[in-house]
Design a protein around this ligand. Structure first.
Ligand code: ZN
Length: 655
């Protein structure tokens, strides 16, 4: 009898103690979801639409790349019953700050216990790229600390009371803030650690509710929280609020809508030894350290890339929580206060623009400790936001050939400057071929690379001093060549050499194609041809390739696309006689300072080249005979091209 009584008393003690000390994690999110779905017939449709949007976002793969971190303003509604600040459920500012810190560590994968992630899961452990700040302004624009202490004259709360009256009467605009209420759960809900409303729920009840004793951090645990005092209940519940399901899918071997988490039998409690194998299909090792399991605070420390994708989908264009990304909730009203205010940043520009990224730059502002940056596609309403401690920021995950705008504000001790006007830029063209530039390094003649003949090659002039050298040789039968340089991002030119002799300089203005034709040229391995490509006046593009094509033929190239548009009439330095030409044109070349190759071409009045040949112009006078007897009568232009100049003469052919 005595023994039995003692056991009964012990059982009663344990029972009464459980009113105060948490013995097992209990999350009310699914229970509330079921009630909301039953009460609101349209909610299932809204959640289904969010799921479809999430699937599309996941298929885009954007979540796998670095994005601008989303910063969410948070208001803590501390619900109490008249207790002094820092006692019982009226928890201290220090604990609230510790909780905020833990959220920022966990959602950025900066938590110290991330080092415990088993190697088998390391590849999927993700920085969710979401961070949190304490609200600096209320919905009406007044200054706030983000801590809203409310004496509601009630010691404890059931979830029904919270949903029906507490939340609707105290909530701040859910499109600007994450509302976080801390309470003592009572009645049938005593023992609940917290719960969240999923995306798609009512605007009057959106947010997260936490047991006051769960508010803390790994570094500064809540002394009343036991195994659940390190702030991970908030991480778990904010995970729900950002559309994450329990990792076991709330069913035996259920589906959590995430592809990179293993199938769990059911919830795990406490601190399971690793590896803990599932008995579901495939017997995977369960990810008991995921924030969306039910393990102790000290034993959960990771989100996955798939979970990050579900969360980030909410902030993408059209996402149900996209408004939070542009909230001014963390910007203090006005510039007043005791600290230093600072000027609005200026000198915004974007550099290193590629198809998918850009570097955003601005001028330093005196007194600024950091900068807030926001950017978006021109014509859209949702900003991606981030912070920087330097005067530049990388903006990634962009779409090619698309205009973006960005703004910057300075953050000083007295507040923020307000955002600057927008600077805009456009990402690189989508049609640009991927250029691997396999010819580098080829920056000198001695480092010239063999260029394949009759094959389009692509390459980059990647800096203002970059020069590309190529070389090739000809077989005896393929002694006619045409060199074409096209798809020029800027004004690029090239020179063609045979051994040490400059044969031609192609220097059309702007992005006009460059073409050089040489017929009946010297062949064999002792005649090495070189092409030197360079940007005029240091022009270059690190992202857009140019095309270079060397064509060879057994027959002469006669109808190239080269035009005479760049020709200029120069003072006499070659003579053509007789003029009019009766069939044979004699060309008398003025001697040059050095022996060099010159090209003599004949163009008709439409700019089409009808004849072309190259000659060595020696230091002695030399003459060239052009047989024009096969051409029709009319006006022609004879062009002489050397490394120094392009000279032209009009002649009349009258046979
Ligand atoms: Zn939960």
């Amino acid at each position: 009898m005595h023994k039995i009584s003692a056991l009964l008393i012990a059982a009663m003690l344990v029972g009464s103690m459980s009113m105060y000390a948490q013995t097992e994690r209990k999350c009310g999110s699914m229970e509330v979801l079921e009630q909301q779905l039953a009460a609101d017939p349209d909610m299932a449709n809204r959640m289904e639409a969010i799921e479809r949007h999430t699937e599309q976002y996941m298929e885009s793969g954007n979540h796998e790349h670095d994005r601008v971190v989303v910063t969410i303003p948070v208001v803590f509604h501390i619900i109490h019953n008249g207790d002094a600040v820092g006692t019982n459920e009226n928890i201290s500012d220090a604990l609230i700050q510790a909780q905020l810190n833990q959220l920022n560590l966990d959602f950025r994968k900066l938590n110290s216990d991330a080092s415990l992630i088993p190697s088998v899961f390391a590849g999927v452990a993700a920085d969710a790229e979401v961070q949190f700040c304490l609200a600096q302004r209320t919905p009406s624009g007044a200054a706030t600390t983000g801590i809203n202490r409310l004496n509601q004259g009630q010691a404890s709360w059931t979830m029904n009371q919270i949903e029906s009256s507490l939340k609707p009467s105290t909530i701040w605009d859910r499109n600007k803030y994450l509302n976080l209420w801390t309470v003592i759960f009572g009645g049938g809900d005593a023992g609940t650690l917290g719960y969240a409303q999923f995306p798609g729920g009512s605007a009057s009840t959106d947010g997260v509710v936490l047991l006051y004793s769960s508010v803390g951090s790994v570094a500064s645990p809540n002394p009343a929280g036991g195994a659940y005092g390190k702030g991970r209940t908030a991480t778990h519940e904010v995970g729900h609020w950002l559309n994450l399901r329990h990792i076991w899918g709330d069913a035996t071997c259920g589906n959590d809508q995430v592809s990179d988490t293993p199938t769990h039998n059911t919830a795990n409690y406490g601190c399971p030894a690793y590896p803990h194998y599932s008995t579901c299909t495939g017997s995977p090792v369960e990810m008991t350290m995921n924030y969306m399991d039910y393990t102790d605070d000290a034993c959960m420390y990771m989100f996955t890339t798939g979970q990050k994708g579900r969360m980030q989908a909410l902030f993408a264009a059209g996402g149900s929580r996209a408004g939070l990304a542009t909230s001014d909730g963390c910007t203090a009203p006005g510039g007043g206060g005791g600290g230093t205010t600072c000027a609005i940043p200026s000198g915004l520009n974007a550099t290193a623009i590629t198809q998918t990224s850009a570097t955003l730059n601005w001028g330093a502002v005196s007194g600024a400790g950091s900068y807030n940056v926001r950017a978006r596609q021109v014509g859209t309403t949702t900003w991606s936001t981030g912070t920087a401690t330097t005067t530049s920021s990388n903006f990634t995950g962009l779409t090619c050939n698309t205009s973006y705008e960005f703004q910057v504000e300075a953050v000083c001790s007295g507040g923020t400057s307000g955002f600057s006007a927008s600077a805009t830029f456009t990402t690189s063209s989508c049609t640009t071929p991927t250029c691997t530039d396999t010819f580098e390094a080829n920056n000198s003649k001695s480092a010239a690379k063999n260029i394949p003949l009759n094959t389009l090659s692509t390459a980059l002039i990647s800096t203002s001093t970059d020069v590309d050298w190529y070389k090739f040789t000809l077989t005896s039968t393929q002694n006619n060549i045409r060199v074409t340089m096209s798809n020029l991002p800027f004004d690029y030119d090239f020179k063609l050499y045979r051994n040490n002799t400059l044969l031609a300089t192609a220097q059309n203005g702007g992005t006009t194609n460059e073409v050089v034709i040489r017929n009946n040229t010297s062949t064999g391995t002792s005649n090495v041809y070189y092409i030197q490509v360079y940007g005029y006046n240091g022009a270059f593009s690190a992202t857009q390739c140019y095309n270079l094509l060397v064509e060879t033929s057994a027959t002469a190239f006669r109808t190239g696309a080269e035009t005479a548009s760049a020709m200029e009439l120069e003072p006499a330095s070659f003579d053509v006689y007789p003029n009019p030409v009766t069939g044979i044109a004699n060309i008398h070349l003025t001697p040059g300072a050095n022996d060099e190759m010159v090209t003599i071409s004949v163009y008709d009045v439409t700019g089409r080249m009808v004849m072309s040949q190259s000659r060595l112009n020696s230091k002695e006078t030399s003459d060239v005979v052009l047989d024009m007897s096969q051409l029709s009568n009319g006006m022609y232009i004879i062009r002489l091209e050397s490394s120094e100049a392009v000279l032209s003469r009009k002649v009349m052919l009258s046979k």
